[in-house]
Design a protein around this ligand. Sequence first.
Ligand code: NAD
Length: 424
Amino acid sequence: MSTHTVNATQTHDSMFDAVLARLDTAAKIMNLSDDVLQVLRNPQKQVKVSLPITMDNGKIQVFEGYRTIHSTHLGPSKGGIRYAMDVNADEVMALAAWMSFKCAVANLPYGGAKGGIKCDPRAMSVGELERLSRAYAQAMKDIFGVNKDIPAPDMGTSGREMAWILDEFNKITGEDSPGVITGKPIAIGGSLGRDAATGRGVMVNTLAALKKMNLKPIEVTAVVQGFGNVGSHAARLLAEKGIKIVGIGDHTASFYNEKGIDITAALAFTAKNKGVLKGFTGATEIKSAELLISKCDVLVPAALQNVITEENAPKIQAKLIVEGANGPTMPEADSILNDKKIICVPDILANSGGVTVSYFEWVQNKAGYYWTEDEVNTKHDLKMEIAFEAIWNNAAHFKTGMRLAAYITALQRIEQGVKLKGAY
Ligand code: NAD
């Protein structure tokens, strides 16, 4: 039973303030030195640029671009680039700090960073997006580097944007440096297994938690919210391990079938249906609000942030929550889940499979030698199992839930980096 929670009565208008609240709570429990805490409360570097782009109509539009490096104490900084209208300095700062903790939890030799451009990628042509991505790479030429700061895709970006950014960076430096960016298409140095890696990490963490709970996969049911990259791979891999998937949903529709949903059929359906579940006939359609509170043993929120709230947390029936999405549980809901003794594998552990295989991509790029998908998956699974075990043990040691234990584990590792490297 957890005895520590983040102060849920505080409201955080700033996303970075919410990160600081969790950081402060974890720091207090583990007795982190004030010196180290001060270092980690302040991002190392924040860059804001203006990107003037000639749009298809011949007019210039100026976009805001950001990159924040939160820490480099354990290695070069790592973190995605987001294209969305709500990108702002505060959000990028919070996500950069999150990456520091996530990389440390997975025990990767990285610090944390995040970048973004305030834009609506769906309203832009391919040509406009290419010019914008190349302009961003130009503006960040002194920030990015294979041993300095290594971006990756995030919301609104994919391998396509990574390829443009890599090409622009290579033109600037006159060298081929595939390791300067991860999440690339396979043909230009991407890693096999990267696409499914985050969902795979969710599966490995789920199996590890079930083992601790003395539950066998074949005895267990699961509900997965989100049927995009993370959710669809997670549902498929959990089903392959014998877990009965009774609920799935995306932004178009949600479905429940207590006898189990055929995930292969759902994947085949979305492949022919513009990637969405609306119209799927393999289960009964339910209201989207009912999905998270429907009967199941394992709940995997793998769509978006802030979906487990003060309102629905008391009604959640699952014994185990594995956070595929970033930030699906609001701080106010955390203490309710703790009181209900629901085990929650937090995002910075549960979805760290993605950055873990990004790390493998970087290693392969540096070596110029590429692994088979089986090699990638085997190395990934082992790393995830070790990360889970460390956090499980710290949760018992510090008498916390797994979320604070994950922060504590990350801080223990980053603290060593800060102390060993020292200050001026
Ligand atoms: P995605 O765009 O591929 O899929 C998102 C899914 O969520 C889609 O099925 C969409 O329909 C669904 N969705 C959106 N709004 C919804 C709503 N209101 N209700 C129900 N479903 C809704 O995105 P993704 O890459 O799968 O990312 C999902 C989450 O996982 C995000 O929080 C992301 O930050 C996080 N994440 C992704 C990765 C990765 O490698 N892709 C890594 C770490 C964390």
